[in-house]
Design a protein around this ligand. Sequence first.
Ligand code: CMP
Length: 151
Amino acid sequence: MKKITMTDADTVRFTGITAKIKFFSSMSMALLEKILAWVTLCEYGKGEKICSQGDPGDAFYAIESGAVSVKVKRGFLPFPKKMADLGPGDFFGEMALLSRQPRNATVTCEEPTRVFVLLADHFEAAAKENPKFAEEIRKLSDERKLELGHK
Ligand code: CMP
């Protein structure tokens, strides 16, 4: 994993991507500006894990570019089960932060991937300041939880 210094072009890209990411699109410009100061941009290589099932949740991720897979390992089954493929504009890592439980799945880069990273405290602050966002993200987290139970 490589931490990238955000250039003006990245900032512009972040602003552009916020319009597409549900997570950010309901936020006011003032809150987005605040979040921009909190956010870091990280680059991962193909095959690198961004987060692992069972780890404590410390951050939230929104994909700027690339592709990741979400896989869950259950009980004694030898192979993990793929739950989803996520790409630019998608986000992950919200479940452990909302539930304060360990990570539900392992997220691995299927190609070089750049993610905007928001640490847990900042994620919480953003949710507190924007109830509509908090509600949307909780809804998606509940849907993912159901899928985890079913698949
Ligand atoms: P978290 O449990 O914090 O870390 C792993 C992440 O994988 C999880 O949050 C979700 O963001 C994501 N995830 C889990 N299940 C699914 C699913 N069914 N579809 C998409 N993403 C998922």
